[in-house]
Each structure stands twice: as C-alpha cells, then as structure tokens.
Ligand binder design. Structure first.
Ligand SMILES: NC(=O)c1ccc[n+]([C@@H]2O[C@H](COP(=O)([O-])OP(=O)(O)OC[C@H]3O[C@@H](n4cnc5c(N)ncnc54)[C@H](OP(=O)(O)O)[C@@H]3O)[C@@H](O)[C@H]2O)c1
Length: 228
C-alpha cells in the first residue's frame, strides 16, 4: 500500500510509521523536525519517503502533497496525526491562535486536500485522530478542546459525504496517551503508547468508523456524551 502519515516524527504517528514500514508498504511521512525525518529515512530507506512541512503553512502543504502524489500516483491510506495542544490558562491569544492555525485551519486543508484526491481516485481511506478531550471543554486548554470538537464534527461530515462511495473515513478518538502531548499535573488514565497504537492499527485494518481508545476511555466518552 501507499501510505501517508501527517505528523510522524513522534508519538502516535511515529509508532504507526514503524508498524506500516514492516509490512512491505511505502510510507510517506511528514513533520517539521527535519533531523528526525532524516533519521527515519536512514532507518528505513527502502520504504520511507520523508517531507518536511508545517501544516499551518497551507501553500507549502499543497506543494508537498503534489510532490507526494507525483511519487505515489495512487494513495491508499492517509493518517492525520499532526496536532498541537498547549496548556494556556491565561488565554494568551497568540497561543490560542497558533493552536487553531494547526488544529483547525491547517488540519482542514490537510483533510480536504486528501479527501479530494480520494474523490478523484474514487477510493481511499482517510484516518483522523481527534480526542475524547473534544467532548470536554477545559479552562486550562480551551483552544485545544474546541479544536478537537471541531475535528470530531468535521470528520462526521466527511463520513456523511462519503456515503455510497468507496471512500472510507475513520475517526480515532484517544483518551490520554503517553506522548509529549499529554501535559499537566495529576493526569489520570494515561495509556501506554504501544497499547494505544495496537488498537489504532486494528481499527484501521477493520476500517472502523469510530474507535475510542482505549476501552476505559470509552466509559469516559460515554459519560461526557450523555451527562455533560
Ligand atoms: N497524547 C495524548 O494524550 C492525545 C490524546 C488525544 C488525542 N491526541 C492527538 O493525537 C495526535 C498525535 O499526537 P501525539 O500524542 O502523538 O503527540 P506528539 O508526539 O506531539 O505528535 C504530534 C505530531 O504532530 C506533528 N506536528 C505538530 N505540529 C505540526 C505542524 N504545525 N505541522 C506539521 N506537523 C506538526 C509533530 O511533528 P513536528 O513537531 O516534527 O512538526 C508530531 O509528529 C494529535 O492530533 C493529538 O491531538 C493525543
């Protein structure tokens, strides 16, 4: 398969990259940290192609996607992991807007551009990584939770749009996961990265519509959905 992982230099995206390169796929990876991307190519030269790109820079993303498609010709699977989340209890405006430029503006450009490629191909599998946090407004990271609520609804819209076609849209909705993104004190139920990624891999291969990871976060998701 030809696979694209947006945001593969750490955390969930990095682990997914490791998984898919062992399966005889060609995996295009992106991120802003070039030194990590170069190391990833060295580790897996036969099956990895890497592109440095900040998704908040819409034009540079568009150019990169064209490059990837001219290499691939056809894209089977795209997983969108790129995202930021800062604690910002003082509502520093530049932090709030920077979060939105990645998680809302950049993210929308990414998913729409890829969705349009799948429309042209008449098939493809788009995977978004949202968050249980999108159901829970929080005073310490309002732009993060609001941006994840946006992503949840947007992914549902794309799922409705794809009905009757061969395009599949999967939403992966994690609770807390042990990556550099999980910030703050007193965090509970922070799930081990390897366990989460195994569940994500399974959901992708089954082409699930929605996967909340892990099981115990399904309980929190249910409570938030029905009582908040
Ligand atoms: N960890 C959690 O508790 C948790 C819970 C729920 C949902 N999630 C979601 O899971 C996804 C992956 O996060 P993670 O936990 O794996 O965190 P992570 O280790 O910080 O990974 C984030 C990835 O996104 C990339 N990225 C960030 N900003 C970018 C930008 N402007 N342009 C391009 N790439 C960018 C990073 O690469 P560079 O820094 O190299 O650009 C990195 O590869 C995120 O969408 C996050 O919201 C995480």
């Amino acid at each position: 398969m030809n696979i694209l992982i947006i945001g593969a230099t750490s955390g969930i995206g990095y682990e997914l990259w490791k998984h898919y390169t062992t399966k005889g796929n060609t995996v295009a990876i992106t991120g802003r940290r070039d030194e990590i991307l170069q190391r990833q190519i060295k580790e897996n030269p036969g099956s990895t192609v890497a592109f440095r790109c900040d998704v908040a820079d819409l034009l540079s993303f568009d150019t990169m996607l064209k490059d990837i498609m001219s290499k691939f010709g056809y894209l089977d699977l795209a997983i969108i992991c790129a995202g930021v989340g800062e604690l910002n209890p003082d509502l520093d405006l530049s932090t709030e807007l920077a979060t939105l430029s990645v998680n809302v503006n950049g993210w929308t450009n990414v998913v729409d551009s890829i969705y349009k490629i799948f429309e042209k191909q008449k098939s493809g599998h788009l995977v978004t990584i949202t968050s249980v946090g999108g159901l829970q407004p929080t005073p310490i990271a309002p732009s993060y939770s609001a941006s994840k609520a946006f992503q949840i609804n947007y992914t549902k819209s794309l799922q409705q749009k794809s009905k009757g076609s061969s395009i599949v849209v999967t939403e992966i909705r994690p609770g807390l996961v042990d990556t550099r993104m999980a910030k703050g004190e007193g965090l509970f139920w922070v799930m081990p990265l390897d366990k989460v990624v195994k569940e994500i891999e399974k959901a992708i291969s089954k082409k699930n519509k929605l996967k909340i990871v892990t099981t115990r976060w399904r309980v929190i998701n249910w409570i938030l959905k029905h009582f908040m």
